[in-house]
Design a protein around this ligand. Sequence first.
Ligand SMILES: Cc1cc2nc3c(=O)[nH]c(=O)nc-3n(C[C@H](O)[C@H](O)[C@H](O)COP(=O)(O)OP(=O)(O)OC[C@H]3O[C@@H](n4cnc5c(N)ncnc54)[C@H](O)[C@@H]3O)c2cc1C
Length: 157
Amino acid sequence: MTGVEAECVKVVAQKLKKLGVEVVLEAKAKGMEDKGDRAVVTIETSPSSTKGGGTATLDADVVLVTVGRKPTTATLGLEAIGVKLERGFIVTDKQQKTNVAGVYAVGDCTPGPMLAHKSTKEGEVAAEVIAGRRARDGCSHHPVRGLHRPGDRHDGA
Ligand SMILES: Cc1cc2nc3c(=O)[nH]c(=O)nc-3n(C[C@H](O)[C@H](O)[C@H](O)COP(=O)(O)OP(=O)(O)OC[C@H]3O[C@@H](n4cnc5c(N)ncnc54)[C@H](O)[C@@H]3O)c2cc1C
């Protein structure tokens, strides 16, 4: 749970432990062997891992891979019109303006947390700026909420 407050991580870790889940930290998945009705995953652990340093195998019924996301801006032709990119992200100011007049960017393709409410807020700011209004505020602070199961909301709404 990279980037999540340690207190929140602790709660999830305790709950998982109660459910009998073994959490192996500081481990890299190196490969997976499909055995038909199950899979064997090979991991490489660092010396400070709960499994100690070295290579280990894990038996699994199901393997879920969640390795992160990146912006898919490479094929948009942004370079052709001179829009500034940094590591694939479209660079904007606080009004969501890019360095090219009349071109705005919001959401996951811009730097910052790749979260739905950040994208929504940036969209609102861009729309207000395009309409000639003063956007209420920028997007420098974002509450983080997690949706663990479809339909779950953890923001009290
Ligand atoms: C599995 C998963 C779980 C997530 N869970 C959460 C969560 O719990 N909480 C949270 O806040 N966020 C969550 N997110 C992140 C959230 O979904 C994104 O941050 C948000 O949808 C980004 O909005 P966006 O408008 O930038 O991009 P998107 O919602 O991806 O919208 C981009 C749209 O552009 C379209 N498009 C792409 N290329 C082109 C093109 N060349 N021409 C025209 N249209 C194009 C796409 O089809 C898409 O409809 C999750 C994401 C994933 C994948």
